[in-house]
Structure formats: C-alpha cells, structure tokens
Design a protein around this ligand. Structure first.
Ligand code: SAJ
Length: 412
C-alpha cells in the first residue's frame, strides 16, 4: 500500500528538506516542530534556514497544500523523526529530543504505522525509541516483542546529506535502511522509494546506526590526519598544501584538507557516540577528535605570535561559518577562534562573513567589527583565512601581498 500522509517531526536542516521533497512527490506532509516561529514561517511558504533552492521547493509545496506545519502531531501513516542528537557533558549522547518526539507522536499512533528515526544516533537508540513508544502505548504491539507481525513498524534510516547540497543528495544518495525486523525494513523502503533515486539497502537497526557513525568518524580521522600533517609541516617548514597535492598523486592516497578545526553538528559530534559506547576500544577515533579539537588553539597561538610583531594590529578574520559557502555558525571552529581572540585583546578584530547579515551578539559585544572583504583588506595588518568561501577564493591575491597572512585553508 502506498503512502498518502506522512508526518515529519523536527523541521530543521534535515526534516524540512525531507518534508518538502516528500510533498513535492504529491504526498500530504505534515511537518511538526516545537518552534512556533519556524512553523509560522513555513506556513507562509518561507524558510528559517539557509539551503540552496529549498525556499523555492517549500514555497511550491505550501502553495499546493501538500506541506503544512504545526506544533501538534496528528495521525499519519508514517512518522519520520529528524530531531537533534547532541551530546551531554562528557560526550555522552543526549537522546532527550528523540524521547520527546516519541512521547509527542505516541498518542496519535495507529496500528499499521511506520516510525522512522532519521536522527544520527548511538547504537541502540532505535530500540530505545521503540521502548518509549511501547511504554506510552501498551495497547499496541512493537517489533522488539512481535517482530514482523507487530502493529507498529520501526526503522533507522540515517540521513547522510551534505549541507549545501541537501536537495540533490536527498534524492541521489543511497539510503541505509535498518529495520527492527525485515517487515519494518521493507515498509521503510516503500516510503523512501517515493523520492530516493539511489539504492535503498536493507540491514538491521544497530548496523544502520553504526554505519552513519562510521561514515562521519572515517571523515574525522582523515581530517585529523591532514590537520596533524599541517602542524608537522609548519615545524619542518614545508608547505602542507603542496605536500598533500604531491602525495595524492599516488593512486591509493587521498588525504583530505587541513583547516582551522572540524565544525558542524555531525563530524565533530558523532565519533563521540562510538567512543562513549566503546571507550576501551575506540582509540584512533577518540584521538582524531582530540587532534581536530586542538587545531583552533593552534591557530590562535599562530595569530598571537603574528600580532606580537605589531603594536596594536588590525586583524581581519575571513569567515565564521563552519565550512565554505553556508551561513551555519553552529559548532564553528572559525567562530570559536574569533570569540577567543576577542577575549585576548591583542588588536582590533574585523570579521568578514558574507553569508550572515549580522555578527553573533557575543562578537558585537566584544567590539568585533563586521566588514566587507574589501574594507577588511584595506585596514588589516594581519589576515586570517578561516573559511574558504567562494568570495575569498575569487579575491585578487595581490591584495594580500603586503599583509601578514595566516591561511588555514590554503586558498591564498
Ligand atoms: N573539513 C576539513 N577538511 C576537509 C573536509 C572538511 O577541515 O577536507 C571540515 C569542514 O570545514 C567542516 C567539517 O570538516 O568544519 C565538516 O564538514 P564536512 O563537509 O566534512 O561535513 P558536514 O558536517 O557538512 O556533513 C557531514 C557529511 N558526512 C560525510 O561526508 C561522511 C554528510 O554526508 C553527513 O550527512 C553530515 O555530516 C551529517 O549530517 O552527519
């Protein structure tokens, strides 16, 4: 039986694009979020996040009536949970948003429903979700007890889209579908096949959870290798960018790029879920996190050293976002570096971030100026490249010739 009405819980960077794409396939989609402002914005056909082309798709599906947003869950045939899974103190995963989502949808669950957990989750989270649902609805049966014949079908289908390319990757990426039983997986595949052109590959819920964590840990370990190389090369007076380019000529070597640290809410978070589950075993994974988290401090020390050569230098920091060509400042090493520099009072700070209208309040209060690239280049003694935004890559590099440049992204 094909799906007619689907509910997406959590209308953020993953939930909203997923809801919009499902709605664009003609399904009735009800998006649920606790944030009234986000709900109102979406119902006006607008969006509260930045993602290329998402505004056009949302406007279209809200106009046709295929997508509407609400704060109160209502019955549907399938529920897709796309809420955040941050970590608590000590890097233990915090499942409170999944638990809240489970409690919110439990009253409207009906026999035959499919519940999908899309949020990146530690191994065992899907089983916990099912246990929370069972606790709230003892009148229904669940796959941990009755397997294929349970009333409710539950699966973990981790999102794997890259911010900035979400609309393409939602459709083109392969999906890992980890059902709590075979029937759960098959039902979830039916839902994903309404919009995914990639392959839907079936496994169990625990393997699907671990697959997502593994992908992001793999990338974190590889970036840590590049970041460690950059520090080694500084000491040995070797240009790390040239070195990596040369090493990558080897047919089986593919080193990623060093940077000012690893940001975002995925790669800097998910490896900790593995470390939390297996603290004795996950040594390389833990060390990669520590190496990447140490990089912003290394960059700050480099800037302090450069500033020492001036009386009170003007320091222009290019970029605040956690990576190129997005507006997302959450968990950004660039932002962390500028915030900490502001506390050190080693000069006048200018931040250039073309993707945001205003600087975060913390920076405004600390006296950091928000300027255009041109204005910053004119005034600055020291230029620190923190993000490889397209505007910075396109700048005339002669403008940097007379400045002290600390280029954490290798674009100059
Ligand atoms: N970074 C580097 N050097 C590199 C690549 C990245 O320093 O060579 C830094 C970036 O600047 C950024 C951080 O790493 O600060 C993370 O950026 P990213 O582009 O590697 O990844 P995210 O966080 O935007 O998205 C990742 C993706 N995962 C993988 O590529 C394995 C995406 O597919 C996931 O869906 C997403 O995490 C997620 O939601 O988990």
């Amino acid at each position: 039986m094909s799906f007619k009405k689907v509910s997406v819980i959590g209308l953020g960077y993953i939930g909203l694009p997923t809801a919009a794409v499902l709605a664009s396939r003609g399904l009735e989609v009800v998006g649920v979020d606790v944030n009234q402002q986000a709900v109102d914005t979406i119902n006006e056909g607008r969006i509260h996040i930045v993602e290329p082309d998402l505004d056009i798709v949302v406007r279209g599906v809200v106009t046709t009536g295929n997508l509407r947003a609400t704060t109160i869950p209502e019955p549907a045939e399938a529920f897709m949970i796309a809420v955040p899974t941050p970590f608590k103190e000590g890097h233990a995963p915090d499942l409170k948003y999944i638990e809240a989502a489970a409690k919110a949808i439990a009253p409207v669950l009906e026999k035959g429903n499919l519940v999908i957990l899309e949020s990146t989750s530690p191994v065992g989270a899907t089983e916990k979700l099912s246990a929370w649902l069972k606790e709230a609805r003892p009148d229904l049966t669940f796959p941990q007890d009755l397997g294929d014949s349970a009333d409710i079908k539950i699966a973990h289908c981790p999102e794997r889209v890259l911010p900035g390319y979400v609309l393409q990757e939602l459709v083109s990426n392969d999906r890992v579908i980890g059902g709590m039983s075979k029937a759960c997986s098959l039902r979830a595949v039916e839902l994903y096949e309404t919009f995914v052109r990639g392959e839907c590959i079936i496994t169990n819920a625990r393997t699907a959870e671990m697959a997502k964590l593994t992908e992001n840990s793999f990338r974190d370990v590889n970036i840590a290798f590049a970041n460690e190389l950059s520090v080694i090369c500084d000491k040995l007076k070797i240009n790390v960018w040239e070195l990596i380019k040369l090493a990558n000529r080897h047919p089986r070597v593919n080193i990623l790029s060093p940077g000012p640290g690893v940001g975002g809410h995925c790669i800097a978070v998910d490896p900790w879920f593995i470390v939390d589950s297996c603290p004795e075993e996950a040594n390389i994974i833990r060390q990669a996190r520590l190496t990447n988290d140490a990089k912003p401090h290394y960059v700050i020390a480099q800037i302090e050293k450069a500033a020492d050569e001036f009386k009170r230098p003007v320091i222009a920091c290019l970029g605040l976002a956690f990576k190129a060509d997005i507006d997302d400042l959450r968990e950004s090493p660039a932002l962390q570096i500028v915030e900490q520099l502001a506390l050190k009072n080693i000069g006048q700070l200018i931040a250039v971030e073309p993707n945001v209208q205003y600087l975060p309040e913390k920076l405004i209060n600390a006296g950091v100026e928000h300027a255009t690239l041109e204005a910053a280049l004119e005034k600055a003694n020291i230029i620190v490249v923190l993000v490889d935004h397209k505007q910075f890559k396109a700048a005339d590099k002669m403008q940097f010739a007379t400045k002290v440049v600390i280029d954490t992204r290798g674009i100059i």
